[in-house]
Design a protein around this ligand. Sequence first.
Ligand SMILES: Cc1cc2nc3c(=O)[nH]c(=O)nc-3n(C[C@H](O)[C@H](O)[C@H](O)COP(=O)(O)O)c2cc1C
Length: 321
Amino acid sequence: MIASVRPKRVLAICYSQTGQLARIAKQILVPLQENPGVDVHLEMLRPLPAYPFPWPFFQFFDAFPESAHLIAPKLEPLALTGEEDFDLIILFYQVWFLAPSLPVTAFLRHPLAARLLKNKPVVTVIACRNMWLMAHEKMKSMLASLGGRLIDNVVLSDRGNVFATLITTPLWFLTGRQTGCFGLPPPGIAPSEILQAQRFGLALLGALADDAEKNNTPLLAGLKAVEANPKLYFTEKAAARSFYLWGKLIRAAGKPGQWIRKPILFLYVIFLFTLIVTVIPVSLTLQASIRPLLRKKLARMKHDFELPSGCGTERMSNYVI
Ligand SMILES: Cc1cc2nc3c(=O)[nH]c(=O)nc-3n(C[C@H](O)[C@H](O)[C@H](O)COP(=O)(O)O)c2cc1C
């Protein structure tokens, strides 16, 4: 039980289409919500208009120009005034086209965000397929510009490998069916991993009881918070560049949903498919052939991308779930 004068106040921000990120948020927040020493305000973001699920083919790809350029949609009014004084902010987000998803970007671009986040410790929790490095960079710079202090980053990604999920994940979003195909595992984060995310909530509860959120140091170290694959960095960098440039062209042609964007989107999908079947294998093969030269660089990149929480596991046995 937390014995401070007033309950600790935690703001949790979340958006979820399929319910996957909402389930992760629930696992992490339950230990905090059940403790009388903590007040949790969970703000579920509602974009206007709502994004469809499953996604129609063109609407799915039509979301990439604005994602790449961090152009936020409107949100339904928040149940926040900006006057609240939170002790900790937990920002749950998914990745869309190598950037934080548009509803979460909309929150960060909201006039209230700077007032809520300024000088506050922020924990980010990413749930995505497996390409989050560029999104994390964008998130870090948006948080820095709002004055938030990123003290932890947790990443949960899909159980399948990069190639399997490139097939199964788009099929999930376009059909609404989360099933495997061609012998590949179903897309999405393994249910056992979602369940075990509760360790982060338990660790946050302990940290809040000790006022540790005030220290500007990670609260979730030693809990296997994140495992970065720096080999994907070069692919992500190339893809993010192409999303940005093609996104600029498509945005110049028209607004989201306008028919004029469709022919360019169609061209881009062909280009993207070619990129996927060429750049990823070529980049991974090239890296494999010069691995001894890259070893040190990749190790440094892995370490840096895993900051601040790290991939250590030394506290895992404290939280057997
Ligand atoms: C439009 C769109 C683009 C996505 N792009 C990426 C991506 O670039 N990298 C990635 O790892 N996952 C990507 N994903 C997967 C999401 O990050 C996430 O895992 C999935 O949407 C489940 O989140 P939910 O809780 O909102 O349903 C994308 C999903 C959507 C809908």
